[in-house]
Design a protein around this ligand. Structure first.
Ligand code: AMO
Length: 450
């Protein structure tokens, strides 16, 4: 069989990886490893060629290592590496040397090197550059953008948050489920739907697992969670809205809205604690100090919010939605996380359960962080007739909800749940102002590629 020759940009030989495997990360090379041999692989962050001496900063997801090359030790390797373009991919076998001369207190003296892939020049987006590119350029070249340690930090934190969410919920006996994303019915309002063709039938991308997670409460699965995509055809171009986001959903049977709020507190607090525990380097790269807030988070009723907002001189009537301006006023007197409870039944979806003794108010809640909503949830209507009434009262077509309503006719326990936008939580933890920073490949009105 013929051997493949990988041709590099300058006709250079691109070497196969062969038997070489990394023994540690670049950021894990510490003075304590003095004298040990390591195999590193990563991207060339910077090359400083001083003639007879060359420093290469090698970067991978663990951090940076300084490679020090002496021409007189290995001229062939020196020439090959010192001429590399930034962001080329190399592997080296070298010996660690503790050294006061290097910024990192340690350097690696390569004995052998492989150039695995050369980067074309110029780069569409500088990785080592201090000057920031605009968000569109960054998102267009996301694979390069993520190479920046402070951008990668956001996704390390996002992963920890999802890990913690699963951990907390699994430890409370939630079952992880996956529900269909191609559906026939709207759940969160008919205007924000993405239509699609499903063979001969019209269909939509699901806005939320709402109907399915509720149906499953009639199945005896008892406590379910789903971490999955949700699609909203919202046209507004804001720093908080995406057209595709990752929704964290739970539903729990034999429970009310207080039980759901309690689980939510555990999840949010657990996520923050886990990030503090696992991501100190990422938080430092982002310059973020994460304060933790003691539990329980305060509960403010919708009616109290309206009174506060009125007192502050804003024009608002009971029953109106709470604008950002309004929640900003409410937030002034609250710690960062607080619940807004007891919403007007009319302002929440049909599935929120009205109070028995005061039906114009329902068992719905929002969790806010300062002025922004992070989660909404409720105890649900589980009484079939009331549910039919609520669907009709909101002007929705009963027929299209038949498959959902059926599940309520044969033994549906009381249940409650919530939906939390992953990106909204990541925004809070990383203190990013734009939700697009918190998702790898954001989907918005103007962005479908990459
Ligand atoms: P809601 O529509 O309020 O409720 O959504 C729940 C949470 O999802 C996040 N979210 C979004 N994040 C980014 N971009 C968007 N366009 C977007 N829309 C919503 C927010 C929001 O708080 N079925 C109910 C939940 C439930 O009652 O269980 C629902 O979907 O963080």
């Amino acid at each position: 069989m013929e051997t493949m020759i990988y041709q590099g940009r300058n006709g250079a030989h691109m070497e196969p990886i062969g038997e070489w495997r990394r023994t540690c990360g670049a950021g894990e090379v510490t003075p304590e490893l003095d004298g040990q041999e390591v195999i590193l692989g990563g991207w060339v962050h910077e090359v400083r060629n001083l003639g007879n001496l060359c420093f290469i900063i090698l970067r991978d997801r663990t951090g940076m290592a300084q490679l020090t090359l002496l021409k007189k030790r290995n001229e062939e390797m020196f020439n090959r590496l010192s001429e590399l373009s930034r962001e080329s991919v190399i592997m080296i076998i070298g010996v660690v040397k503790a050294s006061d001369k290097s910024n990192l207190g340690v350097e690696v003296l390569p004995e052998a090197a492989k150039v695995l892939a050369e980067a074309k020049t110029p780069l569409p987006l500088g990785v080592a550059d201090k000057v920031g590119a605009d968000l569109d350029t960054r998102l267009d070249n996301r694979y390069l953008d993520i190479r920046k340690p402070e951008v990668m930090a956001v996704f390390n934190i996002r992963s920890t948050i999802l890990e913690a969410v699963r951990e907390v919920l699994l430890s409370h006996e939630f079952l992880e489920i996956n529900t269909p994303k191609i559906v026939a019915t709207a759940t969160e309002g008919g205007t924000a739907l993405f239509p699609m063709e499903y063979f001969e039938a019209p269909a939509y991308l699901n806005q939320s697992p709402q109907l399915y997670k509720q149906i499953l409460m009639a199945s005896g699965l008892d406590r379910v969670m789903e971490l999955g995509p949700a699609f909203r055809a919202e046209e507004h171009d804001t720093s908080r809205h995406l057209n595709e986001f990752t929704s964290i959903d739970i539903e729990m049977a034999f429970s009310d809205e207080e039980d759901a709020m309690y689980m939510l507190e555990l999840v949010v607090d657990g996520a923050i604690r886990k990030v503090l525990e696992k991501n100190s380097r990422d938080l430092a790269l982002l310059g973020v100090e994460l304060p933790s807030q003691s539990l329980p988070y305060p509960r403010v009723t919708y009616t109290e919010c309206v009174e506060k907002v009125k007192e502050a001189g804003l024009d608002i009537e009971w029953g109106d939605d709470l604008s950002m301006e309004a929640t900003r006023i409410v937030a002034e007197e609250q710690p960062p996380f607080y619940f807004i409870t007891r919403w007007p039944s009319k302002s929440k979806p049909f599935y929120a359960l009205p109070y028995e003794d005061e039906p114009k108010v329902c068992r719905a809640f929002d969790l806010n962080h300062r002025e922004k909503e992070v989660t909404s949830g409720a105890q649900r209507v589980h009484i079939p007739d009331l549910l039919r009434e609520r669907i009709a009262a909101q002007g929705l077509d009963i027929e299209s909800f038949q498959f959902y309503l059926d599940a309520f006719d044969y033994g549906m326990p009381p249940h409650a749940g919530w939906g939390l936008g992953t990106e909204r939580l990541v925004m809070i933890v990383t203190q990013k102002e734009n939700v697009r920073e918190c998702v790898l490949f954001p989907r918005d009105r103007k962005r479908l590629v990459p």
